[in-house]
Write a protein that binds this ligand. Structure first.
Ligand SMILES: [Zn+2]
Length: 260
């Protein structure tokens, strides 16, 4: 009988493959299990209402995060009334450290919160504690979720950002009403990926001032009910709202007292 190496190898190949799989599972599975467990051990879940769940990765500032969760619940209920829609349960994840912020949120250090895969991510509680209003970045992102629900993704950025700021409690009066092309440039800058902190701040303030002017004229409910039409318009600034063009509503002097 001739010893056939190739045939022998063919015969044993499935067994060798199986052996290798068993070896890999035995070596790596306990590691995978341990790291998942470690992450869960560190996390704390806070639910102050049925629609908002806060996941706290580091338990450093639990009292502040509890207050933040309550604020988020109140804002959710308020937005549901203003927008007349319900985006469903919202999950807010307070990341454990800045490395996680960099790796998961992929945002600069001066941006505090962001929406990723239907979840609101925020910088760690140690960063939130430095803010005068730690809850505002989270409320701002919840506002974006409601805006998206009624307007889809077509809402102009200046309107989206201005309204999210106003709804989270920020206020800014206008210094000088910009021309139409300046609003167009503002929109272009807000959509550009490279952005410095100073420029971004200035553009966000202007966006808020423009939205505040519209709200002074129309009231927040009318503005919100016009979002879908504005988002679908080829020229959003020419959208007719209450018989006036959107730009004209902002450009005319305000004769209605500001909403608080
Ligand atoms: Zn925003």
């Amino acid at each position: 009988m001739r010893f056939d190496t190739e045939n022998n190898l063919q015969k044993w190949r499935p067994c060798l493959g199986l052996l290798l799989c068993v070896l890999l599972i035995t070596v790596f599975f306990p590691f995978a299990q341990r790291s998942a467990a470690a992450q869960t051990d560190r996390e704390m879940v806070i639910e102050k209402c049925e629609r908002v769940q806060v996941i706290l990765e580091d338990k450093g500032a639990q009292a502040m995060i509890e207050r933040l969760a309550s604020h988020a619940c109140l804002s959710f209920a308020r937005f549901r009334k203003i927008f007349g829609v319900d985006p469903g349960k919202i999950r807010i994840r307070v990341l454990g450290n800045m490395e996680r912020w960099r790796d998961i949120a992929h945002r600069a250090w001066y941006i505090v919160s962001v929406i990723r895969d239907h979840e609101v991510l925020t910088q760690p509680s140690s960063s939130l504690l430095r803010l005068e209003h730690p809850e505002r970045p989270v409320v701002h992102e919840i506002a974006h979720m409601f805006i998206r629900q009624v307007a889809g993704h077509g809402c102009p950025r200046w309107l989206d950002e201005g309204l999210a700021q106003w709804l989270s409690g920020d206020r800014q009066s206008i210094e000088r009403m910009p021309e139409r092309n300046e609003i167009w440039m503002l929109e272009k800058r807000l959509n550009a990926p490279d952005d410095t902190r100073r420029k971004r701040r200035k553009d966000y303030r202007l966006s808020l001032a423009l939205v505040q002017r519209l709200i002074d004229k129309l009231g927040v409910e009318v503005l919100v009910s016009s979002l879908a039409a504005i988002a679908q318009a080829r020229d959003p600034l020419s959208t007719m709202v209450r018989g006036r063009k959107l730009f004209n509503l902002m450009a005319e002097s305000v004769d209605v007292p500001s909403q608080k």
